[in-house]
Design a binder for this molecule. Sequence first.
Ligand SMILES: CC(C)(COP(=O)(O)OP(=O)(O)OC[C@H]1O[C@@H](n2cnc3c(N)ncnc32)[C@H](O)[C@@H]1OP(=O)(O)O)[C@@H](O)C(=O)NCCC(=O)NCCS
Length: 160
Amino acid sequence: MKYRLRDANEDDLVKIYEIERLSFKNPYGYDLLWWLLKAPNCFFIVAETDNDIVGYLIGRYERERIFSKLKRGHIVSIAVHPKWRRKGIGTALMLEAIRRFQEANCTRVILEVRVSNKPAIQLYEKLGFRRIKRIKGYYIDGEDAWVYELPLKEREKPND
Ligand SMILES: CC(C)(COP(=O)(O)OP(=O)(O)OC[C@H]1O[C@@H](n2cnc3c(N)ncnc32)[C@H](O)[C@@H]1OP(=O)(O)O)[C@@H](O)C(=O)NCCC(=O)NCCS
């Protein structure tokens, strides 16, 4: 099965929105996806086969605290079309996001996940993410979230 990862563009949004609606109980609206595509502190990656978009990931660069020099990566959303799951696409999207965050000198990657979302939790734990806290009532329907974290190694600085 062949697919490649690339940055998303506006033409991909209809397909991304379809995957979003097939994947989440309370999907993001089309306008929010468009806004995230344009946001300067975000990247938006798609997985594409010969003729279809089959998954996407949105990542955001954030400061740890206001005025902090420390940066962290935040996985805002990830989804793979139901027909294309369990083929390694979610893993490939996550590894690309982690690579980009590392490249940008982020010290860690964080994300939130529904406490009931076993497939996603398995994926994150397999990649080395660890649970750091539970947020009560994080989701619109009142479900709690786990916050997961992946510490990143500092990049080697080249010798002067
Ligand atoms: C979570 C999601 C992105 C995973 O995508 P995927 O392409 O199926 O993931 P991969 O094929 O790379 O799976 C990697 C590992 O994750 C775990 N995993 C994935 N789906 C799983 C499932 N249904 N049950 C248990 N473990 C699962 C497995 O450990 C798997 O490795 P394995 O296939 O070798 O056993 C996909 O299930 C999805 O889109 N879910 C709906 C949207 C969602 O919940 N997003 C996360 C929001 S926080």
